[in-house]
Design a protein around this ligand. Structure first.
Ligand code: HEC
Length: 125
């Protein structure tokens, strides 16, 4: 298992604690600060998202980028879209409501927490 993944699995903290941890991790973005995942409601954490984004960057970080497998296609830029939109798009790929084969296999490997974290990272709000 990816060692970066472990902190996100530790349960702790109150919603207020999570919120301040979020704010701290925004400012300390590149440092590996501890990350809370709480039972129940899924709260996205951009810092955790950053550690999960390595598999997205190759396609989504580059303006105008076209991927070439299985055919040549354009990749939409996701940064700056709303977090809610990104999260629900990922959920729709996983569920099969959206049908792009590449994104379906990517999203299929993501948990709800992963999606929330990635949405927090890429989303504008
Ligand atoms: C192999 C290239 C590739 C990888 C890797 C990839 N994506 Fe995508 N992604 C695409 C393409 C192509 C689309 C457009 C699919 C469509 O038309 O439905 C897309 C669509 C999306 C959308 C919907 C965008 C919109 O405007 O509706 C989101 C959100 C998204 N990807 C997030 C991610 C995240 C998060 C990751 C990493 C976990 C990731 N993608 C990894 C190629 C990729």
């Amino acid at each position: 298992m990816n060692p970066f993944y472990l902190p996100t699995m530790m349960k702790s903290a109150t919603p207020a604690g999570v919120l301040s941890a979020l704010l701290i991790s925004f400012s300390a973005a590149l440092m590996s600060s501890p990350v809370q995942a709480q039972s129940g409601e899924v709260v996205g954490n951009a810092d955790a998202g950053r550690k999960k984004a390595s598999m997205c960057i190759g396609c989504h970080q580059i303006p105008g980028y076209k991927a070439s497998f299985p055919s040549v296609y354009s990749v939409p830029l996701i940064s700056g879209q709303s977090s809610k939109y990104i999260e629900s798009a990922l959920a729709a790929y996983k569920k099969g409501d959206r049908n792009h084969p590449t994104m379906r296999s990517v999203a299929g490997s993501l948990s709800a927490q992963d999606m929330a974290d990635l949405a927090a990272l890429y989303g504008s709000k």
